[in-house]
Design a protein around this ligand. Sequence first.
Ligand SMILES: [Mn+2]
Length: 166
Amino acid sequence: MGLAKYAAKRNFRKTPEPEGRKTPAPGPASDPIFVVQRHQASRLHWDLRLEEGGALTSWAVPKEPRNEEGLRRLAVQVEDHPLDYAEFEGTIPEGEYGAGTVSIWDRGTYRPIERTPAKRIVELRGGKLSGRYALIKLKPEMEEDRNWLFFKLKPKNRPESHVPKT
Ligand SMILES: [Mn+2]
């Protein structure tokens, strides 16, 4: 998606949000990160962001995400954010895009399991969210449709559970 939309929506003389110019160099073979930011804007929501290809692919989740299998949350894809947005906490002033308070609700690394234009399967390793999660686009045939579902998957049977006890 690129970061042009992110920059176009914001006036960096007025918002404390990162401009996203610097690209933090990750260590060798480091796992990608994820963050969930609680955003008390005109409507409270949680912003889920996954590091993908040098930026943060982002979804706004209107209800608090839960670490509970099968509990589905609507997740509306929004513009990609720069990587350093993962560190951002603060107040976006009144009148600016996304005006309100942003705080980090959860963060960690994740393991990408599956990635298509309409699907993500990830193993999140956060403080609140941990385990395998799915993001599924509701209308994959409609490129402009932004609605996805976000939910936790049941854990896979461990291979050792099939080994007969001796
Ligand atoms: Mn937001």
